[in-house]
Design a protein around this ligand. Structure first.
Ligand SMILES: Cc1cc2nc3c(=O)[nH]c(=O)nc-3n(C[C@H](O)[C@H](O)[C@H](O)COP(=O)(O)O)c2cc1C
Length: 357
């Protein structure tokens, strides 16, 4: 018999530990997912920045190394309408940086590469049939969602308000990630765009638990076993940790990002739209300080990142993060540089020990 107080998600996903390693596009891949799933948690494979061939290779790598369940994660935003005037205004705001770094301002702006879930990725899921499929920014259109569910996958998405949780439940989610404002990376918000009304994890989780019938996964600011125990006490059936897994050797973060995670304070993160056009939490860098973390000029998601690419191409090889996104949640001081499997087991053991006290 399980020692955990709530086994709904353990049964739904076929996992031993109520711990999900957050999908983190660009920062984690199959190595992390394999380690977490083999330790008894739910490993995740973020696909938002991967090509179809890369997704296929990562799924195969997972299959070869783990019999455990896998969560495959996609963004499902609407690609933006072209807006050349906004793109030009944004690039103009960055012109002083192009001049400072010697980047070619007249060269065509590169296009940033976050693709939404579509027919081709759905076909891949139909072949691989992962146990869990999760989405960020709502859900894909009904016909695609129907095909995902027909594979037998359990479907998850993030809610940042009770209204979003109710919407996700109505549209067929098997469980809901309650994503508090402390969380690192992009806010999953999709019904509201008002950051001022976003809710912290402690307030959000029990209100979503009360509002929906499906199990709830708490996310945002959970950095160690104390956060896990607290989330379970609030009625969550499991937790999803992102920032905590960025400290693991399996995380694909730059040396500068890793260094910033180790040295930043809890008050060093902010929510910014400068890097992609959508609000996301990261450690403050020079451009966030100088342009303000939120800018009306930033083009719609994911286009804002394009004009920053030439600046990053020059600064990052020098170990400089002035123009880079260093995604992180607020609980970064709790991070421990353990291998992902060991971290998962340690978190679970310590949480169980505290639950039994
Ligand atoms: C580096 C980073 C990248 C992220 N990328 C994704 C992503 O691709 N898909 C997604 O659903 N969530 C993404 N998130 C959000 C996480 O799934 C999760 O909700 C969040 O990390 C939880 O908060 P925490 O960082 O405080 O643990 C990302 C978070 C971080 C820190």
């Amino acid at each position: 018999m399980s020692q955990w107080p709530d086994t709904r998600l353990l049964d739904l996903f076929g996992i031993e530990l109520p711990i999900l390693q957050a999908p983190m596009a660009g920062s984690t891949g199959s190595a992390m997912a394999i380690a977490v799933s083999n330790a008894g948690g739910l490993g995740s494979l973020p696909c938002a920045t991967l090509s179809l061939e890369q997704i296929r290779a990562e799924l195969q790598a997972f299959r070869e190394a783990s019999n455990g369940p896998l969560n495959v994660n996609f963004f499902c935003h609407q690609p933006p309408e072209p807006d050349p005037a906004r793109d030009a205004a944004w690039k103009l705001a960055l012109k002083p940086y192009y001049e400072e770094l010697g980047a070619d301002f007249e060269a065509p702006t590169p296009v940033s590469n976050r693709a939404p879930f579509d027919d081709a990725t759905c076909q891949l899921l139909e072949q691989f049939k992962p146990a869990v499929v999760s989405f960020h920014f709502g859900l894909p259109e009904a016909s695609l969602l129907k095909r995902v569910k027909a594979t037998g996958a359990k479907v998850l998405s993030s809610a940042t308000t009770v209204d979003e949780a109710l919407w996700l439940e109505d549209h067929g989610c098997d469980a809901i990630i309650a994503m508090g404002y402390e969380a690192g990376g992009h806010r999953g918000m999709f019904l509201s765009s008002d950051l001022n009304t976003q809710v912290g994890t402690l307030a959000l989780v029990p209100q979503i638990v009360d509002a929906v019938n499906v199990p709830v996964i708490a996310a945002g600011g959970i950095g160690d076993h104390r956060g896990i125990v607290a989330a379970l006490a609030l009625g969550a059936s499991a937790v999803q940790l992102g920032t905590a897994y960025l400290f693991c050797p399996e995380a694909k973060v730059s040396a500068a990002h890793r260094q910033a995670l180790h040295s930043a304070k809890e008050s060093d993160t902010a929510v910014t739209n400068l890097f992609t056009g959508r609000p996301a939490r990261g450690i403050r860098t020079r451009i966030m300080r100088e342009l303000g973390p939120m800018s009306d000029l930033a083009p719609r998601f994911p286009l804002a990142g394009g004009a920053l690419m030439p600046l990053r191409a020059i600064s990052e090889p020098k170990g400089n993060s002035d123009f880079s996104n260093l995604w992180s949640g607020q609980a970064l001081r709790l991070g421990q540089a353990l291998p992902a499997g060991e971290l998962t087991r340690t978190l679970a053991e310590n949480a169980l020990a505290q639950l039994k006290r």
